[in-house]
Design a protein around this ligand. Structure first.
Ligand code: G6P
Ligand code: MG
Length: 223
């Protein structure tokens, strides 16, 4: 039996993935003259702010050309742009089906936790009006390794006292699915079946995520 659910935030509960992309695209162009594409962005999903910037610098072949202070200033500029983009978010920005799914899960007695690399997660959850349902949020600064390591998912499961083997994790990023799998959880991908081929089940969009299907496939995998 499933004992708990762990959710990524950006791209799973709300479409902030598009704001991260926009903020990085503008900042990389303005501060580094690097053009990032959707394909590059795919690799940034789930990565911490510092790791995302390091990946952009590598992509632009500018390794070693910027001081640590310059890189920190660029990361801060990106975050300021990102915070301006998310400032207007409301309950209407919860992705289709997710409010219903979270409520169903809570009503069924499943404990829920959020495993996001974002330091902005608590603010976004509050803006979405989900602070009660999603009260368990892992502090990304408290885990040793980022996604694709399992650390943040293990910490989320521990927060809700759900053994990893009977916990279900939701992710929109390949690195996140890898982390969920490495934690020994059942992985649910939201997005492209090609990008997320390592997931136990993939739904093209949040509105397609179906609890009965997840429960059935979880039991089949455990058997
Ligand atoms: C999530 C997003 C990433 C983002 C990271 C850090 O994992 O998918 O795109 O870089 O959070 O977010 P932050 O809000 O702390 O910059
Ligand atoms: Mg995500």
């Amino acid at each position: 039996r499933i004992t708990g659910f762990v959710f990524d935030l950006d791209g799973v509960i709300t479409d902030t993935a598009k704001y991260h992309y926009q903020a990085w695209k503008e900042t990389a162009k303005a501060k580094l003259n690097i053009e990032i594409s959707p394909a590059v962005n795919e690799l940034l999903k789930g990565q911490s702010r510092q790791d995302s910037l390091a990946a952009i610098v590598r992509f632009g072949h500018q390794e070693g050309r910027r001081s640590a202070a310059e890189l920190a200033a660029i990361a801060t500029a990106k975050n300021q742009r990102y915070q301006a983009l998310i400032a207007h978010m409301t309950q209407a920005d919860i992705l289709p089906g997710m409010a219903g799914l979270l409520n169903d899960l809570a009503n069924k007695g499943y404990p829920l936790a959020v495993a996001s690399a974002s330091y902005n997660a608590p603010v976004i959850i509050a803006r979405l009006g989900l602070s009660n349902l999603l009260a368990n949020v892992v502090d990304p600064g408290a885990v040793a390794r980022g996604k694709p390591a399992p650390d943040i998912f293990e910490a989320a499961a521990a927060m809700i006292k759900s053994p990893c083997a009977t916990t279900v994790g939701f992710e929109d990023a390949a690195a996140g699915i890898a982390g969920i799998n490495a934690a020994g959880m059942f992985s649910v991908g939201i997005g492209s079946a090609v990008t997320l081929h390592e997931a136990d089940v993939v739904f093209p969009a949040t509105g397609d995520a179906d609890l009965a299907t997840i429960e059935r496939l979880f039991v089949a995998k455990a058997a």
